[in-house]
Design a protein around this ligand. Structure first.
Ligand code: OSB
Ligand code: MG
Length: 368
């Protein structure tokens, strides 16, 4: 495949409901969208970086500069047999895994399309639909109970509750009391410290499937101390950026579950490596989300078809987030399962170009 040109767009989509997590509130989703063109085919990817570094360090403006000035000029005009060959261009640079992920993901989409295969098949997936859960933002207890109720009614197979210091045990007690049999998890997005160990230990009473990322985003070591003391499994999200991170976490006993976000770890090639490593450790994985629009959501669904994605992922219905999506196909959950989109090969969704143009703030074409 010879990559002929690329297009970067910066789009803004309003969220139906503000999404509140321990690090802040999101009311609008800003998305960097990449198109790679080769031999009459287009491959697409969405970036998961935010305007400001509140989830991890990367920002949209930094990624835009890195892609426009450093990476894309080397990709365009060059031939690739597959996405793994991007390593020669991407690996020399530090960090920037979210930006690298965009290039890797668009290349996987292109490659699968060139082979006329669904991306799930090109990746080695084994399912036609994937189990899904929901991630519920921080809200007062009555609002949270109502949201859990509607998620359970909708058939979601796991409910993840966002927590922060001061919004944890009372809320959990209320939810567990009302929903004694629901599969519940919590996600702290790094809000706790080792001194909170007694509080985290108290969460063992709520039969949670796991506690996601209680400690710092750049920490693996201290999570070992939490995991040793708790019966509940720790799941790492922010701390795992690569298969090397995953190896260190698993060898040290920092977690018993890993949340793989393809956009966080540098793309499908790395996501697959983490998936395989976890399988070797007998550790289950699940697919996380970053409130993606249709392109990123489709990538997540295809990735979730790999065999060791045995826990429900955050790949819930796009209509929970956006009044209108940038793809034509509705990505909606039915009875707790999301079907793999298959309008054609690759990621199996098509851009709603007329709508996309109305939400595009910046567009750049990168040509040889
Ligand atoms: O930690 O998983 C997270 C959203 C933004 C930033 C971080 C996270 C999340 C979510 C949302 O939990 C998952 C989704 O896309 O529904
Ligand atoms: Mg998380």
């Amino acid at each position: 495949l010879k990559i002929e040109s690329a297009e970067l767009r910066l789009i803004r989509l309003p969220l139906l409901t503000p999404f509140v997590i321990s690090t802040g509130t999101m009311t609008e989703k800003h998305i960097l969208l990449l198109t790679l063109r080769a031999e009459g085919i287009e491959g697409y990817a969405e970036g998961v970086m935010d305007p400001y570094p509140d989830y991890l360090e990367e920002t949209i403006s930094g990624s835009l500069t890195f892609l426009r000035e450093v990476i894309l000029p080397q990709v365009i005009g060059r031939r690739f047999a597959n996405a793994a060959e991007l390593g020669a261009i991407l690996d020399p640079w530090r960090g920037h895994r979210m930006a690298k992920a965009m290039v890797d993901m668009a290349m996987w989409d292109l490659w699968a399309k060139a082979l006329n295969l669904p991306l799930s098949v090109a990746l080695g997936g084994v399912r036609e639909a994937v189990d899904t859960g929901v991630s519920l933002g921080i809200a007062d207890i009555p609002t949270t109970l109502a949201r859990v109720e509607s998620a359970v009614q909708a058939g979601y197979r796991r409910i993840k509750l966002k927590i922060k210091r001061g919004h944890d045990l009372d809320m959990l007690a209320a939810v567990r009391d009302r929903f004694p049999h629901a599969k519940l998890t919590v996600d702290a997005n790094t809000d706790y410290r080792l001194t909170d160990l007694p509080l985290l230990k108290a969460m063992d009473d709520f039969a949670l499937d796991y506690i996601e990322q209680p400690l710092a985003f750049d920490d693996i070591h201290d999570h070992v101390k939490v995991q040793e003391k708790l019966l509940t499994a720790i799941c790492l999200d922010e701390s795992i950026r690569s298969a090397t991170d995953a190896r260190k976490a698993l060898v040290a006993g920092a977690c018993r579950v890993i949340n793989i976000k393809v956009g966080r770890v540098g793309g499908h090639t790395m996501a697959h490596a983490i998936h395989d490593l976890c399988a070797a450790f007998d550790v289950p994985v699940w697919c996380g989300g970053m409130l993606e629009a249709g392109i990123g959501r489709a990538h997540n669904i295809h990735l979730s078809t790999l065999a060791n994605f045995t826990k429900p992922g955050d790949v819930s219905s796009a209509s929970r987030y956006f009044p209108r999506d940038i793809v034509n196909e509705p990505l909606e959950v039915e009875a707790g399962r999301m079907a793999v989109p298959k309008t054609g090969p690759g990621i199996g969704v098509t851009l709603d170009r007329a709508f996309l143009d109305t939400v595009t703030g910046l567009r750049e074409d990168i040509t040889p």
